[in-house]
Design a binder for this molecule. Structure first.
Ligand SMILES: Cc1cc2nc3c(=O)[nH]c(=O)nc-3n(C[C@H](O)[C@H](O)[C@H](O)COP(=O)(O)OP(=O)(O)OC[C@H]3O[C@@H](n4cnc5c(N)ncnc54)[C@H](O)[C@@H]3O)c2cc1C
Length: 378
């Protein structure tokens, strides 16, 4: 069996690795360099708290793979199980948090509830005004600049072909499968996996599968290095979908942060998402509630990245509903970094065996069929 994986972000590179590990002859095609789409821009949060509950089996599978990443990929991708703490600042947020803690338990996610005194005792300097928090001890973070290339290099060692600087143009059907034209040649295979991220909707539309997906850029920033004292990844429970905020301190001392402001629309051509430094004061006002020490820190860089957000905020995963041999895994709506290794493993399993026990039904592409308003957002 052979497969083309189109799009070399975290999803595509992980899928290429797991396909090669299953003995599938694999070609990964990336229009730029591996990992330089949404993946490299990620905050790096490996968080299960707050996820859509039926997505937790996939998230657990992925969390287990993050734990094995260094051994599996032969290098440190800076996965650290620092824990993830999420603070609540009003009673409505505390009630949401408690409901989620209860609901997540049967799905295999055990979150601890902390009161204000425990927050202060365990995480000095964090959220002095918080009324409560959830704590997920086995979650944490990874390095978004390392993971996709680590998967691609490991896939190459297993025999996969990695083709960079090769934007896919025309995609044709052949008697045996698919043919993908690129400036570096034409590649053919029996199966095609669409891991083109924010651009994945275009590819799906070519096969008559319209998905309401919109390219957006979340705004991120990083401070100067500060004395190291924040261990876990820190987030916020917000009732009613207001601006949340999140931060983590990297080992060198810089605080990386995101959230607190709306995402901005991005044009898919060329797909560069720009941060707006003028929005920084608004963002920081949200974030100082999590860590008051931020008030006197200097921000040294801001950035964004082009991510595909699907209308229902869930990804598209599984077999095509129109075209045998075509598979999709795109539109991770701002939460794909944690899921990446699991997505690669599950998609490889599905392609190689025709089956997976990890539930994907809620992510099927034909959930939008019949929705006349479905568009491929631009
Ligand atoms: C700023 C930011 C912060 C984030 N923070 C987090 C976080 O903390 N935790 C979390 O879980 N998630 C986070 N996310 C989301 C996460 O980063 C993404 O869901 C994930 O990286 C998506 O990976 P991907 O492989 O689907 O997409 P991408 O990394 O975008 O990869 C898709 C690739 O397809 C390629 N491509 C497109 N069209 C073609 C073509 N025609 N031919 C060849 N190649 C093509 C692109 O060049 C690109 O490299 C964040 C996203 C952003 C933007």
């Amino acid at each position: 069996m052979d497969a083309i994986v189109l799009g070399g972000g975290l999803m595509g590179s992980a899928a290429a690795y797991f396909l090669a590990r299953r003995g599938v002859k694999t070609t990964l095609i990336e229009r730029g360099r591996v990992g330089t789409g949404a993946t490299i821009a990620s905050f790096g949060n490996i968080r299960r708290t707050g996820r859509y509950l039926p997505q937790l089996p996939l998230a657990h599978r992925s969390r287990a793979l993050w734990g094995e990443a260094e051994k599996m990929l032969g290098r440190d991708v800076e996965f650290r199980a620092t824990g993830h703490v999420r603070l609540a600042f009003d009673q409505a947020a505390v009630a949401d948090m408690r409901r989620y803690i209860e609901a997540a338990r049967p799905w295999g996610l055990d979150l601890e509830e902390l009161g204000p005194r425990e927050i202060g005792g365990r995480f000095p300097g964090l959220g002095p005004e918080a009324l409560g928090a959830s704590f997920s001890p086995r979650d944490g973070c990874g390095n978004p600049r390392l993971i996709a290339t680590a998967f691609a290099d490991a896939a190459r060692r297993l025999g996969a072909t990695i083709v960079e600087e090769a934007p896919a143009g025309e995609i044709g059907r052949t008697g045996a499968g698919f043919e993908v034209s690129t400036p570096k040649g034409t590649f053919a295979a029996e199966c095609l996996l669409n891991t083109a991220g924010a651009w994945g909707g275009r590819l799906a539309a070519n096969f008559g599968e319209a998905v309401p997906i919109f390219p957006n850029g979340p705004q991120m920033g990083v401070t100067e290095p500060l004395p190291h004292r924040v261990l876990p990844v820190v987030g916020m429970w917000v009732h009613g979908g207001g601006p949340d905020g999140y931060l983590r301190q990297v080992e060198r001392g810089n605080i990386v942060f995101g959230g607190g402001v709306e995402r901005v629309a991005v044009d898919l051509d060329p797909g560069f998402a720009k941060p707006d430094p003028a929005r920084l004061p608004v963002q920081l006002r949200v974030l100082v509630r999590l860590l008051p020490a931020l008030a006197t820190a200097s921000v040294i860089r801001t950035w964004s990245g082009c991510e595909g957000y699907v209308a229902d905020k869930l990804p598209v995963m599984g077999a095509s509903a129109t075209t045998p041999g075509l598979f999709h895994a795109f539109g991770f709506s701002g939460h794909g970094f944690q899921l990446g290794p699991g997505v690669g493993d599950v998609m490889a399993e599905l392609i190689a065996t025709g089956h997976t026990d990890t539930p994907l039904a809620d992510f099927r592409i034909d959930r939008f069929a019949g929705n006349a308003a479905s568009v491929n957002g631009g």
